[in-house]
Design a protein around this ligand. Structure first.
Ligand code: TMP
Length: 209
C-alpha cells in the first residue's frame, strides 16, 4: 500500500506543521510512513537548499534556480521517495513539483512547457496521489514568517507572492481531483481534521485494492 501526498502553499501557509502532524498520526497508527521535504531531504539537496534560499539574488538566474530545484528533486525522488513507495510506505513530502510551477512558473514567469519538461525529467513522471494546498492571503503568510530571517523568496515583493498564490489556485482548479484546497487561516486542529478525513479515506481505498 503506497501513497504519495504532497503539501503546497505560499510563505507562512502552515503546510510544514500539517505535514508533520499527518506524518505523526500515521506513525501512531502503525502505517509505514516517511516524511521528507523539498528542496532538500538528501545530503546533496540540503547543500543545494542553502544556495537556493540564501545565495545573493544576483548569484542565481531564474533558469539556474529552476535547474537547482530539480537537481535536488531528482536526487530525492531517486534515492528516497521511489524506494520508500516501492517498499509500501506512505510518503509525505513538504513541497514538490507544483511548487516549481507556482514559484518559477507563475512567480518568475519562466516558460511552463520548459518547467513541465524539467520537472518530468527530475521525477521520472512520479506524480502525487494527493496535493494539499494551504491557501492563505499573502500578507498573513508573510507576517507569520516575520522574525524567522528573510530568505531569497521571502524578500520578493508582494506581487511575486500574489502571482504564486493565484498560480496555486489555478493549478488546483485545473485538476480538482488531485488537490485538496484548505483555507490556511482556519485553526490548526480544524485543518488537521480536514486533512485526516481525506487521507484516511485514501488509505482505506488503497487497503481495499
Ligand atoms: P520552505 O522551506 O519555506 O518551504 O522554503 C522553500 C522555498 O523555496 C519557498 O520559498 C518556495 C521555494 N521553492 C521554489 O521556488 N521552487 C520549488 O520548486 C521549491 C520546491 C521551493
Amino acid at each position: 500500500m503506497s501513497l504519495f501526498i504532497t503539501f503546497e502553499g505560499g510563505e507562512g501557509s502552515g503546510k510544514s506543521y500539517q505535514a508533520r502532524t499527518i506524518y505523526r498520526k500515521l506513525v501512531r497508527l502503525a502505517v509505514p510512513a516517511l516524511l521528507t521535504h523539498e528542496p532538500g531531504g538528501t545530503p546533496l539537496g540540503e547543500r543545494l537548499t542553502r544556495l537556493l534560499k540564501w545565495a545573493k539574488d544576483t548569484d542565481l538566474s531564474p533558469i539556474a534556480e529552476l535547474m537547482l530545484f530539480n537537481a535536488s528533486r531528482a536526487q530525492l525522488v531517486t534515492t528516497v521517495i521511489k524506494p520508500a513507495l516501492a517498499s509500501g510506505q506512505a510518503v509525505i513530502c513538504d513541497r514538490y513539483t507544483d511548487s516549481t510551477v507556482a514559484y518559477q512558473g507563475y512567480g518568475r514567469g519562466l516558460d511552463m512547457a520548459l518547467i513541465t519538461a524539467i520537472n518530468h525529467a527530475a521525477t521520472q513522471g512520479l506524480t502525487p496521489d494527493l496535493a494539499i494546498l494551504l491557501d492563505v492571503p499573502v500578507e498573513i503568510g508573510l507576517a507569520r514568517k516575520q522574525g524567522r530571517g528573510a530568505d531569497r523568496f521571502h524578500r520578493e515583493d508582494l506581487s511575486f507572492h500574489q502571482r504564486v498564490r493565484a498560480g496555486y489556485l489555478k493549478l488546483a482548479a485545473q485538476e480538482p481531483s488531485r488537490w485538496l484546497v484548505i483555507d490556511g487561516a482556519r485553526p490548526k486542529d480544524e485543518i488537521a481534521r480536514i486533512i485526516w478525513e481525506r487521507v484516511s479515506r485514501l488509505l482505506a481505498y488503497r487497503q481495499d485494492q
